[in-house]
Design a protein around this ligand. Structure first.
Ligand SMILES: [Zn+2]
Length: 490
């Protein structure tokens, strides 16, 4: 914005100039969270906010009568926010509570957990090879066993959708870590179905898990049911942002309890955070609380260029495995520091699947702002990025520098440095006789004006002269005396 003239209320200013000034101010100041896709990720028109009734079904698909763990294990793993059965605090409910900043949690459909349930032989045979049928048969078996979905039909339309109730199915066929989110239908179709004896139909995707699913896969698939997108890049080829978002690759070993949270883009889309919106071109400095700070719902920062628009931008957040609030489901992020997410949205503020690349939401890591799956994806203490670059290759004049911090700090500070040139001439008559806009031709005539206008990381060019001002300067500015002595504060 520093190249734009900000018209002052000159007595002789033309109407045209004033109108132009208003337009520029509007463009620079009016971007809202909606413009960046806040709470854009919904199921059946409703966001993942509030308490969501959830049913866990243990499906004895192996027909063996036994699971790798007892019922209490699965009940705690899903519902109990204080569950420490395996490693640290681990439950889907706790994961959702922390990542949503206490805006989303799980309650129980009926008893919450039912099973192990067995299927008739013909259904079991089909369920073994068809995920949609497996989900449909499992829900049908749960209804046969007495579970009623009718009380959860919030909108009274006779259909239970995933914004009204969640279903999570564990089966006992193998000992691997695996999971999926699939539409539920006993005929294998992408349509509603009504279990015999149920007054309401079922119209939803559900989570399908193995009996020894890893914690990250479990949270990944449950997040999908809320509308989240894969961010690993190319399926079965790349693992972008690996272990920096639960929506990257997660498959690991049986019962693996590694934990890392959702990325700031998903939290923005889910309506779980309200990032601070800042102009890339003005430069600046901000402090960012750790992502797991429940109170810090405005912790992430959106950096965008008002002249370029809101469809491409950066979101930065502080990710750390240790904080004054504990690990907070970030126990296994591979490094600590500033995460720089690069976002490109389509016209509906959704991500784009880029051919041979992957999703248009990715992490840019040390040292080259590279996209990838290496562990160097956070910007650590004291480091500075190269110039941020838009997806079309346009290089911005802006770098990000992370101020020194210590492991476990509750927040970190960073600066985004954007060079610009602002001129000050104490001998210039200026307002109200002549316009001032900080250029060589129309300089400001006080340091205060120049500092206020300059970008963080910019240069203030001072023409020879004297000013009695004693300004407090909190921006990172280079002050240059141009072609002669400059005296300030005397
Ligand atoms: Zn996925």
């Amino acid at each position: 914005m520093h190249n734009f003239a900000i018209p002052r209320p000159l007595p002789f200013a033309s109407l045209v100039t004033i109108t132009l000034g208003l337009v520029l101010c509007f463009r620079a100041g009016a971007a809202t969270l909606d413009d960046f896709g806040h709470q854009n990720m919904k199921v059946n028109g409703n966001p993942a906010i509030g308490a969501r009734p959830t049913l866990v079904i243990l499906l004895d698909l192996a027909n063996s009568g036994s699971f790798a763990h007892n019922n209490a294990y699965y009940d705690n793993l899903v519902f109990n926010p204080f569950n420490t059965t395996s490693a640290g605090l681990r439950s889907v409910n706790g994961f959702m509570l922390v990542n949503s900043h206490a805006r989303f949690s799980l309650t129980r459909v009926g008893p919450g957990l039912i099973g192990p349930l067995q299927l008739p032989a013909d259904q079991r045979a089909r369920a073994l090879t068809n995920d949609l049928m497996r989900a449909g048969f499992a829900i049908t078996a749960a209804v046969n066993s007495g579970v009623s979905f009718a009380p959860y039909d919030n909108d009274g339309d006779g259909r239970i959708t995933a914004d009204e109730a969640l279903v999570l199915i564990f089966d006992n066929v193998n000992q691997n870590d695996s999971g999926a989110s699939r539409w539920a239908n006993p005929n294998g179709m992408g349509a509603d179905f009504t279990p015999a004896g149920s007054p309401v139909s079922i119209s939803m995707s559900v989570g399908l898990m193995t009996q020894r699913v890893s914690f990250a896969t479990l949270c990944h698939e449950m997040s999908h049911v809320l509308g989240t997108k894969d961010l690993y890049g190319l399926w079965n080829v790349t693992c972008h942002s690996f272990e920096y978002t639960v929506m990257s690759c997660t498959i690991s070993g049986a019962d693996d309890m590694f934990s890392y949270g959702l990325d700031a883009w998903h939290k923005l889309q889910l309506g779980w955070v309200e990032p601070r919106i800042r102009s890339l071109t003005s430069g600046g400095v901000e402090t960012v609380p750790a992502a797991q700070s429940t109170a810090a719902t405005d912790a992430p920062i959106i950096l965008y260029d008002p002249a370029r628009g809101t469809s491409e931008f950066f979101i930065v957040e502080y990710r750390t495995s240790t904080s004054p609030w504990g690990a907070g489901y970030e126990d296994d992020v591979p490094s600590n520091g500033l995460a720089i997410w690069h976002i490109v949205h389509d016209a509906n503020k959704k991500l784009i699947e880029l051919t041979n690349v992957g999703q248009s939401v990715w992490l840019e890591g040390q040292p080259n702002l590279q996209r990838g799956g290496d562990t160097n994806m956070l910007w650590t203490s004291g480091n500075t990025t190269p110039f941020l670059t838009w997806m079309d290759g346009t290089v911005t004049p802006t770098r990000i520098t992370v101020r020194p911090f210590n492991t476990g700090d509750g927040s970190i500070s960073f600066e985004w440095l954007t060079p610009s040139d602002t001129w000050v001439d104490f001998n210039y008559a200026g307002f109200p006789l002549f316009p001032e806009n900080g250029t060589v031709a129309l300089p400001f005539n006080t340091v205060v004006e120049g500092v206020a206008f300059a970008s963080h990381g910019g240069t203030l060019h001072l023409k020879p002269g004297t000013s009695a001002e004693r300004p407090t300067i909190t921006k990172r500015l280079l002050l240059v005396a141009e072609s002669g002595p400059v005296t300030i504060g005397q």
